[in-house]
Design a protein around this ligand. Structure first.
Ligand SMILES: Cc1ncc(COP(=O)(O)O)c(C=O)c1O
Length: 370
């Protein structure tokens, strides 16, 4: 179905950047710059600068950024890692693939790890905290880092959804041992396929990730240091991402304007809860504009019938996917979010007209008791 207001618009996005993107791709192909060339190194340097750290290491997905970060932190069998269930499954799968046990705790009103629940989840097996900066907004990193320090825990930030967001002026991915980013096409910095990166100030971690992504090989000496994986960020992808990174600040500003329009149009409408929290400390970049309503499913159908595309992240709690074998934690709030959240159209291409259409439809829905 062709939507009048699409959730995202990759064709419009490419059309806008066509000249620059084509030049970057053709440059790589013409020069044979396919694997680990200067385009990747340039992108890593620019990304590290943008995040505010010393190193960035490009990998082929956000999942691999998480997995390699956990390995570099020494997480392994017998360890516990505290994280949330209200996240993309990759966060938890990365912990499982290290042989460790994910301890799932509640999120707060803002969908991020409830920092007041962390300490009661810590045991003698806890090795790391893995907060997820969801929807473009950081977790309360001052409290979280203080708890981690007091208990001697490593912090790995899942910043897949928060490139460019800050807490107390510091960038997502610059607080913990590492920050883990995803360049899945519909992230704020999206490639034309999968991609990811680890950011860190730790030289050892940067080197380990650099080796792990290349089957453990040191490309200078040819020596293999680990049983690694084939997980390098493609050079062509890096060239595209480098072009897009230079535009990111203007796109993030655009997202914030769109969020503000939603806020003005939807404040006080029905039982809708809008995603605006503690803006004195947080700079949100609105990867997703997530609203909540007890009538979410009927609202979505109503919008779909009027040509407005929405998404739900995520419609059922992760532990209800039986094959994942996660057991059933007692997380009533997370369960409720699965019933109530809906993400409205939001991208660098979302127009003010599209917001007006979406807002008008939502107001119409709530104007009568459906
Ligand atoms: C919160 C979160 N963590 C991890 C990931 C994994 O990233 P990727 O899809 O690049 O492996 C994503 C991507 O969707 C995500 O949103």
């Amino acid at each position: 179905m062709a939507f009048k207001v699409p959730f995202v618009d990759p064709r419009a996005h490419y059309a806008r950047l066509k000249a620059e993107i084509d030049q970057a791709i053709i440059g790589c192909l013409t020069n044979g710059d396919l694997i680990n060339r200067h385009q990747l190194k340039d992108f890593e340097r620019h990304l590290a600068h943008f995040v505010g750290v010393r190193y960035a290491v490009g990998v082929n997905s956000g999942y691999h950024a998480l997995y390699f970060s956990l390995l570099a932190a020494g997480v392994g069998p017998g360890d516990e890692v505290i994280t949330v269930a209200h996240t993309f499954v990759a966060t938890v799968s990365a912990i499982i693939h290290c042989g460790a046990v994910p301890i799932l705790i509640e999120v707060g009103e803002d969908y991020n790890m409830a920092v007041d629940r962390i300490e009661q989840a810590i045991t003698h097996k806890t090795k790391a905290l893995l907060p997820v900066h969801l929807n473009g907004r950081l977790c309360d990193m001052s409290i979280l880092m203080e708890i981690a320090e007091r208990h001697g825990l490593v912090v790995i930030e899942d910043a897949a959804q928060s490139l460019g967001a800050t807490f107390d002026g510091r960038g997502a991915g610059s607080f913990g041992l590492t920050g883990c980013f995803s360049f899945y096409p519909f992230k704020v910095l999206g490639g034309f396929g999968d991609g990811g990166a680890i950011t860190t100030n730790d030289e050892r971690v940067a080197r380990m990730a650099t080796l792990l992504r290349y089957n453990g090989e040191d490309r200078e000496t040819g020596e293999y240091h680990y049983h690694g994986q084939t997980a390098l960020l493609d050079n062509v992808q890096a060239a595209v991402l480098d072009v897009k990174l230079s535009h990111l600040p203007e796109w993030l500003a655009h997202r914030r304007r769109i969020a503000q329009l939603y806020r003005e149009g939807l404040a006080g409408v029905g039982d809708l809860q809008l995603p605006h929290y503690d803006e004195s400390r947080r700079h949100d970049i609105y990867q997703n504009y997530v609203v909540r309503s007890a009538r979410r499913d009927r609202l979505r159908t109503f919008l779909r019938d009027r040509g407005v595309e929405t998404l739900v992240h995520w419609p059922k709690p992760m532990w209800e996917h039986q094959a994942l074998g996660l057991g059933k934690p007692n997380l009533p709030w997370t369960e409720r979010l699965c019933r109530e959240v809906v993400s409205l159209p939001m991208s660098a291409e979302t127009t003010t007209e599209q917001v007006s259409v979406t807002v008008a439809c939502i107001r119409e829905f709530f104007s009568v008791d459906r």
